[in-house]
Ligand binder design. Structure first.
Ligand code: FEO
Ligand code: CA
Ligand code: CA
Ligand code: CA
Length: 673
């Protein structure tokens, strides 16, 4: 539970300015230590990282593109201890890799082969830098260090054996050559946001996994199941789609060929080809960081989509466990899962934590959110009990396995609200209100034309035209943060909502764009990571911005929000090309105090955050610094967009590396207060 002191009234630091510098900038009185970067060894027999493209054994090193992250305290004797601020396991997602034309060029000495077929030696490295790290860390005074060779250290990769649980277990959708009974699968991919369960396990969201699969141009005809074609189209794999890295071309081995999800065999169930491998991704995956021998489990009851994070409501004895999740793609949905089993506080101390996960995460009800124009909303059930799902004419749902594997299609069936890319969810520790970042949406239009374009609505009310040079950009490029308060407890199906904060440039029009009245101390674009400190109650907001990088690198802000409904109703007026007008009414919350706390190096995204329970150390991930470097310049450091963290004195070479940093106060005090 939340054990912090009285709620903060003011943020106790001076805002940092926008910055383009190749450094991690924090307020006066704070310091930044690089702790754990791409390639750092997890085991004593792994050679030190050279950072010149010759390194191997990434399945035993830190992976790439550090993303969501959770802190699991350890006692002095190495037992689970959520109160420990001295020793812990840091569990870090490694989402993706910096690439150009197929190749993850910083991993290869000469940039790698940017054409098909891809060499196996390169692909082996690229596969291994994806997944999750568990790394033990310890504090020594103000400094933290990773413990190389800790028995807790481990990596999950796209090849780690996992269990499938929940409604999709054993269903036809999960049948593969690897598991003909559809109960097991291999690995996790594109691990984005994270979550921490009330029973002390880690969950990771699989986000843009579909891009790793290729699908042959004639595959629609090859399939004799119309539902499979509908599903693949809805989940981003139209026939003829190319894979992001071409891993499927690296050889005849199963571990490469599985990334071609075309139907090539003749079996009815898919056990003689790789057509269903793709269905084993897109889940919330649970693992027990304290027990390396416990199974890793895909929790299919929570639905399949481009999962960002999973945030658990505070548990109450006798009431269901509730988890909120965003699907990060343009026009996608926000979901909630409510367990069938009521919470038993004894489960917080259980030794078999994965068994507890099965109790709460395999049986329950999946909902999707509808935000109505009157400021209210509803969680709509996704199951055959809902006639809109059972009677949907574009996809014949016959079982809950059908529903969870195709949660997006079920969301379409019930006309859920199509959002401006739902990224992280967070829960206010004092009042239980649920926040979701909506990072941006280039498909929001005053006059939608193509099928994917949408007119503004009350919860996604902003669309404007931005001129960049002579390039016209229409949409909601700066994003916003929506929040909701459940009518009753977290398991309620009705809520009220407003928009807590709109991203915008400080000098933008306050009537149509800068609706939250941001200033030079806090203007930002494209909110993504969002996390409330249980200690200080600070709402930390992290950005992943492409619209605003001419002004500043990505950043992290601290905020002290109020409550749903503390602001005002606002009516936005839009004019169409023919001169006619229409309005959208929305609900704009009071921004309260918001200050920029950190700005990262060029090309990076700031994502992933965790805190020691005493509130004195904040862990933050710097993802893909130097991402816009060209492959052709891979051996010309003078042309790198960033040389961080080498430039900050960390490690050899000059190639930029994703990394976890620890932020502390020089006086040892509590962060942000
Ligand atoms: Fe992995 Fe939606 O960010
Ligand atoms: Ca994200
Ligand atoms: Ca993002
Ligand atoms: Ca990114």
């Amino acid at each position: 539970g939340s054990t912090g002191p009285a709620p903060l009234q003011r943020l106790g630091f001076a805002a940092v300015g926008k910055s383009k510098a190749d450094t991690v900038l924090v307020p006066p009185g704070y310091q930044v230590q690089v702790l754990y970067a791409l390639g750092d060894p997890l085991f004593a027999d792994v050679p030190a990282f050279r950072n010149d493209g010759t390194d191997t054994q990434f399945e035993r090193r830190a992976g790439d593109h550090h993303d969501g992250m959770e802190y699991f305290g350890l006692s002095r004797r190495g037992q689970p201890d959520p109160t420990s601020s001295q020793r812990a396991l840091l569990v870090v997602n490694h989402e993706a890799t910096t690439d150009e034309k197929l190749t993850s060029f910083f991993l290869h000495a000469d940039g790698g082969k940017a054409a098909l077929p891809r060499p196996a030696a390169e692909v082996d490295k690229e596969i291994a830098i994806h997944g999750v790290s568990v790394v033990e860390i310890q504090r020594h005074g103000q400094r933290w260090q990773t413990i190389v060779g800790s028995p807790f250290n481990r990596r999950l990769t796209p090849e780690t054996p996992m269990e499938i649980s929940g409604p999709a277990r054993g269903s036809r959708w999960m049948v593969t050559q690897y598991s003909v009974d559809g109960t097991r699968c291999r690995g996790t991919l594109n691990n984005c946001g994270t979550g921490k369960t009330p029973w002390g396990t880690f969950v990771t969201g699989e986000e843009n996994w579909f891009g790793y699969f290729t699908r042959r141009a004639d595959d629609d005809d090859a399939r004799n199941d119309a539902r499979e074609v509908v599903a693949l189209n809805r989940y981003g794999r139209k026939a003829g789609a190319a894979s992001r890295h071409g891993w499927e071309t690296a050889g005849e081995a199963d571990r490469y060929r599985r990334f071609d999800c075309s139907k090539t065999g003749s079996s009815a169930d898919g056990s003689d080809d790789y057509r269903h491998e793709i269905n084993t991704f897109g889940w919330i995956v649970e693992m027990d960081p304290y027990n390396p021998s416990a199974p890793v489990v895909k929790r299919t009851a929570l639905g399949r989509c481009a999962h960002e994070n999973a945030v658990f409501a505070p548990v109450k004895a006798g009431e269901p466990v509730v988890v909120y999740m965003g699907d990060d793609a343009r026009n996608e949905y926000i979901y909630k899962f409510v367990s069938s089993a009521p919470w038993d506080p004894a489960d917080a101390q259980a030794a078999d934590r994965i068994a507890v996960g099965s109790k709460y995460l395999d049986h329950g009800t999946l909902y999707v959110a509808r935000f109505d124009a009157d400021g209210r909303g509803e969680w709509v059930e996704l199951s055959l009990r809902n006639p809109a799902v059972a009677g949907y004419d574009k996809f014949r749902f016959e079982s809950q396995a059908d529903v969870v594997v195709h949660a997006r299609i079920a969301g379409d069936a019930v006309k859920a609200t199509r959002m401006d890319r739902p990224e992280w969810g967070g829960i206010h520790p004092r009042n239980g209100e649920v926040y979701f970042t909506l990072t941006n949406n280039s498909n929001r239009r005053v006059e939608p034309a193509k099928g994917a374009e949408l007119a503004p609505d009350a919860a996604n009310p902003r669309v404007y035209v931005d001129m960049k040079g002579d390039k016209k950009q229409e949409g909601n490029p700066n994003g916003h943060i929506v929040r909701l308060r459940e009518d009753g407890g977290a398991a309620s199906t009705r809520f009220v909502w407003d928009v807590y904060l709109f991203g915008a440039q400080a000098d933008a029009d306050r009537g149509l764009i800068n609706l939250s009245g941001l200033t030079d101390d806090n203007d930002f674009s494209s909110p993504d990571g969002l996390w409330f400190s249980p200690y200080s109650g600070i709402c930390w907001i992290q950005t992943d911005d492409g619209a605003y990088t001419d002004v500043t690198n990505c950043m992290m802000l601290a905020a002290l929000p109020g409550r749903v409904g503390d602001g005002e109703r606002r009516t936005l007026r839009y004019r169409k090309a023919d001169g006619s007008e229409f309005t959208v009414t929305t609900y704009v919350g009071r921004a309260g105090e918001v200050k920029r706390f950190l700005v990262g190096p060029p090309g990076c995204e700031i994502t992933g955050i965790a805190e020691s329970p005493d509130g004195r150390a904040l862990f933050v991930n710097i993802q893909h610094p130097g991402e816009n470097t060209r492959m052709a310049d891979v051996n010309d450091p003078s042309k790198y967009e960033s040389q961080w963290p080498a430039k900050a004195g960390y490690g050899p070479g000059q190639r930029p590396r994703s990394a976890t940093v620890v932020i502390t106060r020089t006086d040892g005090g509590r962060i942000g207060t």
